[in-house]
Write a protein that binds this ligand. Structure first.
Ligand SMILES: [Zn+2]
Length: 243
């Protein structure tokens, strides 16, 4: 299984690693800083550089469809995999600006969860926007949500993750806010679950990448609220300063 360095440190942009698999699906490394699409958060893009200096552009990152626990680095269309065969040592580097956008928006979705006390039944986090679908039929007020987000960002609340036991999770079922996303379990066979805590604001199982303090979310605003169905309200957030 790929060692997932991004789980412990979302700020890591680079690591050295060894290619384990290189085939028509993409490349598997023994360790990586690339986050694979999951929990609504988009996969990372970036590049792999071998010791000869050849660069392989990585367009996306996925959980391997056939090898459970492996992270699949998907090359850009038409990329040449020569020089990246199994055993090759590479420098793996993510697009740090794209990741930072993911971290800001992902953390902002937790702030929305704290402001909207209803279950989440859909989530998508990209570098340009994020959206959350809440299972509810009440109307939502855009200005009130924006005031709430601004207050939580200004409050500069610490954001941190920790691992809890299944027993601890089972004893606190209210921790599971999402109806569609199963919380990630640890790879060590101990059945631990990663939880994300924004001190005094939000606590829920989550495997994604976040900023370290709500102040780092910065200027993020609700751009749209849609009634997707009788029981679904979609909230879309974007950067207030997209330039
Ligand atoms: Zn999260």
């Amino acid at each position: 299984m790929t060692e997932e360095l991004f789980r412990e440190d979302a700020t890591l942009a680079h690591c050295t690693a060894t290619v384990l698999v290189a085939d028509e699906h993409g490349l598997v490394l023994d360790r990586t800083v690339f986050y694979p699409l999951g929990g609504g958060q988009a996969g990372d893009a970036g590049s792999l550089t071998n010791t000869s200096g050849a660069v392989l552009a990585i367009a996306d990152t996925r959980k391997h469809p056939q090898r459970a626990g492996d992270v699949l680095h998907v090359p850009a269309a038409g990329a040449d995999l020569a020089g990246f065969s199994p055993g090759t040592v590479v420098s793996a580097r993510i697009d740090a600006a794209r990741r930072h956008a993911h971290r800001r928006f992902h953390t902002a979705t937790h702030l929305l969860c704290a402001l909207v006390p209803h279950p989440v039944d859909g989530c998508s986090i990209t570098a340009g926007y994020a959206r959350l679908d809440f299972h509810m039929n009440e109307a939502l007020d855009k200005e009130a949500l924006n005031a709430g987000i601004a207050r939580l960002v200004a409050g500069a609340y610490p954001v941190r993750h920790r691992w809890i036991s299944e027993a601890e999770l089972d004893a606190n079922p209210s921790l599971v806010r999402s109806m569609s996303v199963q919380p990630p379990r640890s790879a060590d066979g101990l059945g631990r679950i990663r939880v994300l805590e924004i001190e005094g604001v939000d606590l829920q199982p989550c495997g994604g990448t976040h900023v370290a303090n709500t102040a780092e979310v910065g200027a993020v605003v609700v751009t749209k609220i849609e009634k997707k169905s009788a029981m679904t309200r979609r909230v879309v957030i974007g950067f207030a300063d997209p330039a």
